[in-house]
Design a protein around this ligand. Sequence first.
Ligand SMILES: Cc1cc2nc3c(=O)[nH]c(=O)nc-3n(C[C@H](O)[C@H](O)[C@H](O)COP(=O)(O)O)c2cc1C
Length: 234
Amino acid sequence: MSTLLHVDSSVRAASNPNPDHDSISKRVARRFIDTWRKKRPEDEYIYRDVGVNPPDFITQDWIGAVFTPEENRTPAQKERLALSDELIAEVSAADVIVISSPMYNYGMPAQLKAWFDQIVRINKTFDFDLSRGDFPLQPLLSGKTLILVTSSGEFGFEKGGIREHSGHLAPHLRTLSKYLGVDTMYEIASEYQEFGDERHRLSVANANERAECIATELSVTVPAQAPQCAVLPV
Ligand SMILES: Cc1cc2nc3c(=O)[nH]c(=O)nc-3n(C[C@H](O)[C@H](O)[C@H](O)COP(=O)(O)O)c2cc1C
């Protein structure tokens, strides 16, 4: 049995009275999750919608509590870190993490960044040691697989694409993923939402197909073998 952590972050719902308003990233992620859970119904499943229920932003008090040794923390400081503890426990328990994210202003939504800020925490998910020279931070978690599902209105954010240098969503998530303990990451991107044309339709169809294919292959090979469909072009 493994544990699947699913984090959605669009402010849009997956299903609305007008389906044109449905979150594409949530719907594609749902395709992955439904496929996975059909194959592995015994797995633990943890769900967070940080787009609809955003974690608190961190504060000066939060940082003060983090840097206070655990045994010296006041009840108020413990309370201040309770959400962070809970979110870190969910990440620690997970073998496979699915994060779905819209592109907002060329990066991730503030709500998803707030989730990372609660989780990337000294002596919990990384430690810091200046004897490591120029790279003092080291992740404390490992062995996890991340599936990143994104949706954007424009297109061409991939390597060599016409907006490569404006694409800060997947690169930022890739950098942060190591602090979740991610060793292997698959990306599923849907683009062209703002154009609403055939390219958009094909992009969504391709993303759904990749989600189903990666879920199908990973659900039997987890965690060792890379799925063949992961090498299909986005
Ligand atoms: C506040 C906001 C900012 C956006 N910024 C960008 C952007 O910088 N680049 C882009 O390609 N699309 C942008 N979009 C379009 C969204 O990425 C697109 O609608 C995507 O499908 C949203 O994800 P969702 O369908 O899962 O909600 C933006 C949309 C909103 C609402």
